[in-house]
Write a protein that binds this ligand. Sequence first.
Ligand code: J2J
Length: 554
Amino acid sequence: AILPAVDFTPWPGALADNYRARGFWIDRPLTDLLGRASEPAAAAVICGTRKFSYAELDKLSSRLACVLATRGLKRGHTALVQLPNVAEFYVVFFALLKLGVAPVNALYSHQRLEMTAYTEQLRPALMIGCGRHQLFSSREFFCDLQVRYPDIQLLVLGETEFAEDLAMLLEGSAQATEEHRADFLSAGDSPPASIAQQVAFFQLSGGSTGTPKLIPRTHNDYHYSVRRSAEICRLSSETRYLCALPAAHNFPLSSPGALGVFHAGGTVVLADSPEPGHCFDLIARHKVTMAALVPSAVALWLEAHHRLSDERPLNSLRLLQVGGANFAESLARRVPAELGCQLQQVFGMAEGLVNYTRLDDSEEKIFTTQGCPMSAADEVRVLDEQGRPVPDGETGLLYTRGPYTFRGYYRAPEQNARVFDRDGFYCSGDLVQRDAAGYLKVVGRVKDQINRGGEKIAAEEVENLLLTHRDVQQVALVSIPDAGLGEKSCACVITANAKLKPPQLRRYLRELGLAEFKLPDRFQFLRALPLTAVGKTDKVALRAMMKSKMLQKK
Ligand code: J2J
């Protein structure tokens, strides 16, 4: 039977027509991005000592799609994938896209709680994990899930005694026949134009609510955002891009990220992490021309680079993109001066809108703004709390809609009612200032989120979990300033148990299966939480209290 397409909130017809008429939506599937390379033998991905050409990436993903098709996976299904920065991440991504199976790519730092939440929301037909990850190093996690979701299939990258090895499957699938291939590519498939309007995959929201939310991204909208990003960043077949942030994240995937590089026929060099020693080595060895980092990693790179005597490992590096969190102007200015490459600021979100400083912008713009929207069709409104436009240069809330900004979280009507206005503009929860030229500065945020070095923590998610501890009566999670990460998290706890200690609470959260980066960096036991006039926790006051407490300690 043909499954119904994955549901999502579509753009209103008039806007969709407009995006098509202006050439933003070209009705091509995302798999196209791989097929364009004029040089099939050119290296698409470098992963450790392994090199994958475009032809190989294409072939491997087609074969995997074939094998999965024989196991009943088909258009309309979803998959939950969790892989580290390895070439297989892209093989799996394209295999699932070819098959019409919409994946959500969980972060490698996610643990049982996050993975279970995604499973509950999506009901995936397939799960793909990595044997080196705690969740897939034994059968326990998957067996527990299987009790509730008996139909879910599992593949694990690496040898285990409970699951089929993805690596073996990729090798073995070499036998898959070409007839078979033709089979899944055409069988009952609708023409590309109708596929391109559908959900290709799900992005992860940084979140500000109790449960992690999923963002449906269509072929049309993502294809455009990748194409336009590649153009703005002037990618070419000469581009050698270092992917040191988690490959699944929207920034290194699409801004212009690995997909932009594939579109341009360049090479993606995978790094395990942004650690400077490791990255400098890869940059020197593979003549990397471009990299993307979060601000906290830039600080580490600057420090490490400063310590080098006369080596020049970054010689080949032309462009460093920085985004994901607040970037201090003082650090921004040091990038070209010390690392010898151009800086590009990127202010984006998995929900859509991405702003870039342009390569030919003035230093002033590049050092002091987070860029302007990439598309002429991006509509941005900067509004006050009453929804009235604020004058240029003044602070307001960012609202946006456009050809690659989503129209609704997956099956989350209540949250959607809160974050979209009547005109379908999405409120990102960021406080920004816009100048006369349309460039934005991010100056704060109203969403209840902590940005821990680019990793987003929804306060409510952690608070709800802490409230399930029998000794926790009230709790509020707030950000505290941190020299390295920009922000860290502090849980302010009201308890009647005078003996309750931070390690107990941290262990409690870890045992619930929460990702490590969401564990509060600090706990503060208080007698009462400050309240606003309407009786809600006053987080502004609480943040100020925590900040002054920390200063006293110094
Ligand atoms: C301040 N805050 C920023 C910036 C994002 C490209 C780049 C980043 C992301 C991303 C992305 C910021 N200065 N330069 O998806 O494609 C904060 C804002 C924003 C939130 C989005 C991309 N760049 N931020 O970071 O979905 O608060 O996407 O709303 O993870 O990060 O987070 P996320």
